[in-house]
Design a protein around this ligand. Structure first.
Ligand SMILES: Nc1nc2c(ncn2[C@@H]2O[C@H](COP(=O)(O)OP(=O)(O)OP(=O)(O)O)[C@@H](O)[C@H]2O)c(=O)[nH]1
Ligand SMILES: [Mg+2]
Length: 229
């Protein structure tokens, strides 16, 4: 019985997530779900990324935390629009919270929608928010043993960002061990080292490339649809 209840929650979430995905597609915004343990550098990453994407690309951010508007306050001067969701006791965002947030957003005006999920390595992996891409942040100070201990999120990641890479020379951290652990869970996922101190250009290039791919895919769909009529 308990299993059924959990399944129903997930199924209900997936239905709303599909609606969100359609909304992102219609607006032409690439939706990126940022997932990590608390403090791995999600908001800092966005603080560096939003200005780097401008003026070509505008970004909207939906940010989830248990309490406070601290992250939204940090991002508000840099984003086209920001919405803070306070989840109370919940350790991840649900698709219906994203759907509600979309009601007040000018999604058509943005090329990227970033969703900063609640800091948690486990639960956000199970809950589809309709995003196009799941990006997992894993920071050097967390230690090099965590991938195998918290595998859920790495299995579904479209990209892993090894954040705070400026600390690689300072803290004992075996990046090869991490690469091997990730490869065992998700053979083809790319891993990029980024740092708010020393740079994250590869990440910005990755975002631009995924957007280009999305546009090309849309153009193919339109061409095929026209050919069928
Ligand atoms: N050395 C170093 N510190 C960083 C880097 N990125 C973030 N930090 C620091 O890490 C701490 C947490 O960063 P946040 O960006 O707030 O992390 P977060 O993942 O958004 O945190 P939550 O939203 O609370 O889960 C802050 O003190 C940042 O200054 C980095 O690249 N290098
Ligand atoms: Mg944050």
């Amino acid at each position: 019985m308990k299993v059924n209840v959990v399944r129903n929650v997930l199924q209900a979430n997936d239905l709303v997530a599909d609606e969100c995905r359609k909304r992102f597609r219609k607006a032409g915004a690439l939706a990126v779900n940022l997932i990590s343990a608390p403090g791995s550098g999600k908001t800092t990453l966005l603080e560096r990324t939003l200005p780097a994407l401008q003026p070509e690309f505008k970004s909207i951010v939906i940010v989830g935390d248990l309490e406070t508007t601290r992250d939204a306050d940090r991002l508000e001067p840099l984003a086209h629009q920001v919405v803070q969701i306070n989840t109370g006791m919940s350790c991840h965002l649900y698709a219906n919270q994203v759907a509600q947030s979309l009601e007040g957003l000018a999604l058509e005006a943005a090329q990227f929608l970033f969703i900063e999920n609640v800091g948690n390595m486990v639960c956000p992996g199970e809950f589809d928010l309709g995003e196009n891409l799941k990006v997992v942040l894993y920071s050097v100070p967390e230690g090099d043993d965590k991938v195998a201990k918290y595998p859920t999120i790495f299995r579904v990641a479209d990209l892993v960002l090894l954040t705070k890479a400026d600390l690689l020379g300072t803290l004992a951290f075996d990046r090869e061990r991490v690469r091997q652990d990730i490869a065992r869970l998700n053979a083809n996922v790319q891993i990029l080292e980024v740092s708010a101190e020393t740079g994250m250009e590869q990440w910005w290039a990755w975002l631009r490339a995924r957007r280009e791919e999305g546009l090309a895919r849309e153009a193919r769909c339109v061409t095929e649809a026209l050919a069928e009529t």
